[in-house]
Write a protein that binds this ligand. Structure first.
Ligand code: IDC
Length: 405
């Protein structure tokens, strides 16, 4: 695995972090990822023929204003070292608890697909997320298949990227979710071998690091082999989950593993009657506030009352396409619902799809030059309505709409 110069710096940062954080002296070993087989069975969801619009090509160089009229760039509001204070997390009942056995809520942002990052995952980005936004967790959404680029197409690149991004989160003392982001490949069994290989190698590197959390299937959905008589239900997901969990536990006995649930990570009220065996396992639900309201919270309450530990690894203020109305009121109801139950969450997403209202940053805005976008510490005017709201909730502040500020 080739590491660039910046990674060398990261590794030096990491060495310091390891000493401080008490991680094992083991730095990510130079692993040469074994080529993942990319044999896939019949896809359950047609991959898009058109590549999703890339945001990686930032707008052409724009003349930066002579002096910024954009108000103060964001500054550090949280400098507590989340992992140094909370250490090894574990699951107790429905709670995540820290090393002292105290309930602990993770709140943070999900990246957009790692194959299409509009904002590079660099040190400035993680500094901004951890200190200015107060994220104690970041979710790395690695699409597995169906995009113009994905893990199945480029396993070495994405394994290396994941290790570099995890290293950055360790260096900034925050938790990090590695998300095996199935979506078009809604049946996780399509790529079990690749998932076992990926998580085996990853857990071998980071087993001693309390920062890492494994999310092994983003959103199981659709039907096996496009056969409507074979829905991707919990019976279909369980064998996949058992195999991947066993592979991780070979190396990493205790870091949290999060399992996706049927129907785009919705059916927690079904899974709660038949949970997997094992310690420190959690189950995902996702929601998009313009589409999911009280009826979905009622289903989650059923699972909660039955003691199912859940993590909302992805949610949006918008419709479930990532666009449409930003429903702040309903989002606030969800935030309060999760806070009252100590349910951790990550918002979708920091910056991605072309002009989607779920983006936290106005990534296509000409307000900032490409360099300013990449330097992090973005001014409030660069935040979308969703981003401005979510940042306040991550920081635990009361939301005041910008035009009322
Ligand atoms: C969406 C992106 C959109 C992209 C699409 C397919 O916002 O730009 O074209 O994926 O890659 C999910 C998925 C997540 C979706 C998101 C919004 O986990 O990948 O992102 N969403 O549609 N589940 C429900 C909503």
């Amino acid at each position: 695995m080739k590491h660039s110069k910046s990674t060398l710096i990261t590794s030096l940062l990491l060495a310091a972090a390891f000493v401080l954080a008490g991680c094992s002296e083991k730095l990510p070993e130079e692993t040469s990822p074994s080529p993942a087989t990319t044999t896939t069975t019949a896809a359950t969801t047609e991959a898009p023929t058109e590549p999703s619009e890339s945001e990686t090509s930032l707008p052409p160089e724009t003349e930066a204003p002579s002096e910024t009229t954009l108000g103060p760039n964001s500054t550090a509001q949280v400098t507590e070292k989340a992992v140094q204070i909370n250490g090894q997390l574990s699951v107790k009942g429905t709670d995540i608890v820290n090393q002292n056995g105290e309930p602990y809520q993770l709140r943070g942002m999900s990246t957009y697909g790692l194959n299409n990052l509009a904002i590079p995952f660099n040190d400035d980005f993680v500094t901004t997320m951890a200190e200015d936004w107060g994220c104690n967790v970041i979710r790395l959404a690695m699409y597995t298949w169906g995009e113009t680029d994905s893990y199945m197409i480029n396993p070495d690149k994405y394994f290396n990227d994941i290790c570099n991004y995890v290293d950055l989160c360790i260096a900034h003392d925050i938790y990090v979710i590695v998300d095996w982001h199935i979506l078009y490949d809604g049946d996780p069994n399509e790529h079990t071998a690749e998932a076992v290989d990926f998580f085996s190698r990853l857990s071998a590197i980071y087993s001693d690091c309390p920062n890492i959390i494994y999310e092994i299937c983003n959103e199981p959905n659709g039907n096996r082999y496009n056969d409507e008589s074979q829905p991707v239900d919990w019976e279909c997901i369980k064998p996949y989950a058992k195999e991947v969990i066993a592979a991780i536990r070979e190396n990493d006995p205790d870091n949290i593993i999060i399992v996706g649930t049927p129907n785009w990570s919705s059916d927690v009220d079904i899974v709660c009657d038949d949970p997997l065996e094992g310690e420190n396992l959690m189950y995902t639900f996702h929601f998009y506030a313009s589409s999911s309201k009280q009826e979905k919270r009622d289903r989650i309450q059923v699972a909660y009352d039955k003691g199912l530990p859940m993590f909302c690894t992805e949610w949006g203020c918008t419709g479930d396409t990532g666009g449409g109305k930003v429903d702040i009121e309903e989002s606030q109801r969800w935030i309060d619902f999760m806070a009252e139950r100590n349910i951790s969450w990550c918002n979708w997403s920091i910056a991605g799809g072309s002009g989607e209202t779920s983006n936290a940053l106005k990534i296509r805005s000409q307000m900032l030059t490409p360099d300013q976008k990449m330097a992090g510490h973005w001014p409030d005017q660069f935040l979308s309505k969703s981003g401005y709201f979510v940042r306040s909730q991550i920081l635990g502040q009361e939301y005041v709409a910008p035009d009322e500020a």
